[in-house]
Write a protein that binds this ligand. Structure first.
Ligand code: FAD
Length: 650
């Protein structure tokens, strides 16, 4: 081995799958010194995850990554097929795939490799600060416990092995359970493939990090070093997956379908981009000889034959197969998500489950979306390390909910359809429909509701510290959940815009001020007073903004009033609401009206959030777009008390 090279880094990410790349994107945005390593020579080329849920699309959009939405296949309809009294499959339900009013996005499908490509491009276009280093594996992880509470310390030491390409490429024989290298798809990854040698192959280096995040998938090496165990069940069910261009007379091949046959099992149809359709088929639990199925021996032809039986009397065949796999699922959650608030785990490293509800990739991305800004603010010295504890409490609960949801959903999917109302062991169509619908909010990623903690004040929990939370002022807005989007109109230029577009993922907290109808003098005067406070040297904005940085760089103030837009002028409003910069002039993108737009209707945001136009309120929004708390417009003390809990004056 070559001599060890010592270096230091703020954050080391192990694994460049969806979870690792999302984290790298956050940390690049926040300009944190970060390295990300992966044991494979290239990113994933085809297969694995393909479903993007509403919340994931909102999050990606908040980073300016909109190529998934543009390139993907949008799944707008879902159909259920069930056997009739003669055992012949018939379409029994047709419904919107994403229920209406959930989000400005609907579920869409594109293979995971494209998303990884978009992340890599985004990292490059946005400063090229972080590049995935391949093929590298860590071989030793040590934590200096004496240093974990010292914010300036680099208490985690890792040895990294730089592999050769041969070492990084797994055996491509039959024994590849996740199908990772079975693809014959795509030509867009040339850059990865011709990656120049780093010249470090076969060497070892030792690095010290402030934080390490294991995003290294279901077999996580990092998790094993921390001594955590996956708890839950390992099912015997084998799933076959085919990505094919189908040749079929089945009428619903281009909509999402759940097909339950009378006796041949069930099948899920996922219509994809470029004429491709993914079929998920539950294979029998035992092999032909009575023993367990050896999934490494499963062939595309076997999976196709199983699908043909389910979909009969319709015909199904293909000429082109892009990817296939056969895999077994475990529904498990790790018993730990972090150690000493210094080493964290995210994604499949802490939860695994079936792929049917399309959750794995989405929840994995959202894990590191939850973590990234917290590590970023702490590494910058802006926030107390205490906020890091909320990662485990917030995400562990989501992982448990995910497994519970998956168990319910899997049972429905795997169960035998009921023959009639007296058939108690079968699953009735009504039951299926009910659970499917109930699960839709969860599956869309929109049921996430973070409980009270240092960052979330829902009712009286912050009272002793002086936070007077007023959920009654925004009755339909849920503290702890993501701020929903509605159209509002820019005061300065009449442009209608989605509220979420004002919340880019850039590490800032936001005070979204709903002053009410500021054309009324008494309401305006309350608003004006708030403006005076926000401009004062002791305000939350002034206190936490370092000198010589823009006034909105730590806490941004946005205003949505409910007066008629044409009755208000921007210029006379207090400067706190549209700050002035010597080089750039006034900021025209901070004051909005809840009013009718010329071409895109009226978003009715006050009504949708349950805000009274005379009372108003201030909604504090976390950097990840979740509602932190709600206070009265005049209650600046509560704002101070809220931020005092974890913010550091620089
Ligand atoms: P991974 O994607 O597993 O990434 C881990 C990364 O870490 C890899 O790049 C790996 O090379 C690297 N790595 C591992 N160990 C080390 C190490 N020791 N050192 C360095 N690097 C390491 N999810 C959905 O949301 N929707 C779907 O429709 C869906 N369908 C699926 C279909 C199939 C067939 C499969 C197998 C999975 C599917 N999933 C789906 C799940 C989804 O692929 C995963 O949940 C998701 O990829 C998890 O992301 P991750 O970043 O946590 O882990």
């Amino acid at each position: 081995m070559a001599p060890a090279v010592d270096s230091e880094v703020d954050v080391l990410i192990v694994g460049a799958g969806p979870a690792g790349l999302m984290l790298a994107t956050w940390l690049s945005q926040l300009q944190i010194r970060t390295r990300i390593i992966d044991k494979r020579s290239t990113k994933i080329m085809a297969g694995q995850a393909d479903g993007f849920q509403c919340r994931t699309l909102e999050i990606l959009d908040s980073f300016g990554i909109d190529r998934i939405w543009k390139e993907s296949n949008h799944m707008l309809e879902v159909c259920f097929w069930n056997p009739d009294e003669n055992g012949v499959i018939r379409r029994t339900v047709r419904a919107p795939d994403t229920p209406t009013g959930f989000s400005r996005f609907t579920e869409c499908v594109l293979h995971q490799g494209r998303m990884e490509r978009f992340f890599l491009d985004h990292l490059k276009e946005n400063g090229d600060r972080i590049r995935v280093e391949r093929p590298i594996v860590p071989s030793v992880l040590q934590i200096d416990e004496a240093e974990v509470t010292n914010p300036a310390a680099y208490p985690v030491t890792l040895k990294l092995q730089h592999l050769t390409d041969e070492q990084a490429t797994p055996d491509q024989g039959n024994n590849i359970p996740n199908g990772l290298f079975r693809s014959n798809l795509t030509a867009d990854d040339t850059e990865d493939l011709i990656r120049k040698s780093s010249g470090k192959e076969g060497t070892e280096e030792t690095i010290r990090a402030k934080y390490v995040v294991g995003c290294d998938g279901a077999h996580s090496w990092t998790r094993k070093q921390l001594g955590f165990k996956m708890e839950g069940e390992h099912t015997e069910i084998i799933w076959g997956v085919l990505d094919i261009v189908p040749i079929t007379d089945f009428p619903d091949i281009r909509v999402r379908c759940l097909v339950h046959s009378a006796s041949a099992g069930s099948l899920m149809v996922i219509p994809r981009e470029k004429r491709v359709v993914r079929l998920y088929i539950q294979l029998k639990e035992v092999g032909a000889g009575g023993g367990a199925v050896d999934r490494s021996k499963v062939t595309p032809d076997q999976i196709l034959k199983a699908a043909q039986k389910i979909i009969a009397p319709y015909k199904l065949d293909y000429e082109q197969c892009d990817w296939f796999t056969a895999y077994q699922i475990a529904q498990r959650v790790s018993d730990g998500f972090d150690k000493f608030d210094r080493v964290f785990l995210a994604g499949d490293a802490v939860h695994t489950h079936s792929p049917k509800a399309g959750q794995g990739q989405n929840v994995s991305l959202q894990d590191s979306y939850n973590l990234g800004w917290k590590i970023g603010l702490v590494a910058r010295g802006q926030a107390s390390p205490e906020i890091l504890k909320t990662y485990a409490t917030e995400r562990q609960q989501i992982a448990r909910d995910l497994i519970a949801f998956d168990q319910k959903f899997s049972k429905l999917f795997s169960g035998r359809p009921a023959k009639d109302v007296s058939d108690e062991t079968g699953i009735s169509l009504e039951e299926f429909r009910k659970v499917f619908h109930q699960g839709a909010v969860f599956a869309a990623g929109l049921s996430v509701d973070y409980g009270p903690n240092i960052l979330v004040v829902k009712e009286d929990e912050g009272k002793e510290e002086g936070v007077r939370c007023r959920p009654d002022l925004a009755k339909k807005l849920k503290i702890g959940m993501r701020l929903p989007s509605h159209k509002i109109v820019n005061q300065s230029d009449a442009l209608p815009i989605e509220l979420q577009k004002l919340l880019p993922s850039d590490g800032r907290f936001r005070l979204v001020v709903f002053p009410g109808d500021i054309s009324k003098p008494e309401i305006y005067s309350r608003f004006e007073k708030l403006g005076e406070y926000l401009s004062s040297p002791d305000s939350v904005v002034s206190s936490y903004t370092p000198q010589n940085t823009p006034r909105d760089s730590v806490i941004e103030v946005l205003t949505i009033h409910s007066a008629k837009r044409t009755e208000i002028e921007l210029q006379p409003l207090p400067e706190a609401f549209h700050p002035f910069d010597k080089a750039k002039g006034w900021d025209y993108w901070k004051v909005y009206a809840d009013d009718e737009s010329y071409h895109e209707g009226h978003g009715q945001v006050y009504e949708n959030f349950g805000i009274d136009k005379d009372e108003g309120c201030i909604v504090v929004v976390r950097p990840d777009g979740y509602v932190a708390t709600t206070v009265a417009v005049e209650d600046t003390r509560s704002l101070e008390a809220y931020f005092r809990r974890f913010m550091i004056k620089l």
